[in-house]
Structure formats: C-alpha cells, structure tokens
Write a protein that binds this ligand. Structure first.
Ligand code: S3P
Length: 169
C-alpha cells in the first residue's frame, strides 16, 4: 500500500537539495520520485538551459505549470520542483489543492557552495552569479515560507536525517 495520501512537493532555491533529498526519501518510503524539471526536459527533448535560450523563460514557466498539474493529478509521490515553480501563484494553488508543500531551506553559503561549479542553471548565467542567487533568494523567501512546512537543509545533516525531518514535518 502507498505510504502517502498526498504528493509531497519539495520547494526551495536552486541548490537546496530538493532532488537529492527527494530521491532518497522516495526510496526510503517506497514511493515514486518525480522531478518537474526532468519531465519538462524529457517532453521538450532538450535541457532546461536550451529551453531558456531557445524558447525563453515564459515558455519554460508555462511548461512547468502544465507538468505540475499533470503530476499532481497522478498517484501520490515525492515531487521535486524547480526553484521558481512555487513562486507562481497558480502553481502554489495547484500544490495546495493536491499536494503538501515542504520548503527545503538553506542559507546562501550552502546554496552557493552547491551550485557554483555547475553551469546548468540559466538564471545564474550573469556577471555576478552569487549576487544573483542572493537577490533571487531575498525575493523568494517570503513566498517559500507560504509552504507552511519548513525543513532546514544544512550541510552537516545526513540525507537520512533530512528525510526524517521531512517525514516528521
Ligand atoms: C530555476 C531553478 C531550476 C530550474 C530553472 C529555473 C529557478 O531548478 O527549474 O533553471 O527559477 O530557480 P533547480 O531549483 O532544481 O535548480
């Protein structure tokens, strides 16, 4: 029997650990793991970076809402979302109706430490990506807080401990 009544939707900034924690948690409790960015890439047959470059962010955001709507209508699972997904009100409404949002919160140094060596995030292709990350974080934190459930994604915590925290939340 499925251990979840509703889909657990992991939200939060790039580098918060949504995919890593989500995969581990899903395995631990024996439910499917899905990732909205991966679904978008699969459907478009190109990477998020290519989608941003060729089709633009607005196109990506529309696909994001479609994917969330489709996945939330399916069987309960652990769902990792892109960092901007929860920022759109329409997506927050979808998640509130059909899932349970958990904000994986991390501080700027932790986030930056995890994303700095990766060149896969189009929003950070700026002259000062650390500053861009800080600005995005400042603009978004109040909105992530609407998730109601918050789990701190600190560097010292083991994956199992973070999963415990999500399950407790
Ligand atoms: C984005 C975060 C990315 C991806 C896209 C936009 C954002 O996902 O959806 O690059 O707006 O913060 P991750 O949070 O998995 O990096």
């Amino acid at each position: 029997m499925c251990a979840l009544k509703k889909t657990v939707v992991l939200v939060g900034m790039m580098g918060a650990g949504k995919t890593t924690v989500g995969q581990h948690l899903a395995k631990r409790i024996g439910v499917p793991f899905l990732d909205s960015d991966e679904e978008i890439e699969h459907a478009a047959q190109r990477s998020i970076a290519e989608i941003f470059t060729r089709d633009g962010e607005a196109f990506f955001r529309r696909r994001e809402t479609e994917v969330l709507s489709r996945l939330l209508a399916g069987a309960p699972c652990i769902l990792s979302t892109g960092g901007g997904a929860f920022i759109q009100e329409m997506n927050r409404d979808l998640i509130a109706r059909q899932g349970v949002a958990v904000w994986l919160r991390a501080d700027l140094d932790t986030l930056w430490g995890r994303v700095r060596h990766r060149n896969t995030r189009p929003l950070l292709r700026t002259p000062d990506p650390r500053r861009t990350l800080a600005e995005l974080m400042a603009a978004r934190e109040g909105i992530y807080a609407e998730a109601g459930l918050v789990v701190d994604s600190a560097p010292g915590l083991s994956l199992d401990r973070m999963c415990d925290l999500v399950l407790e939340a």
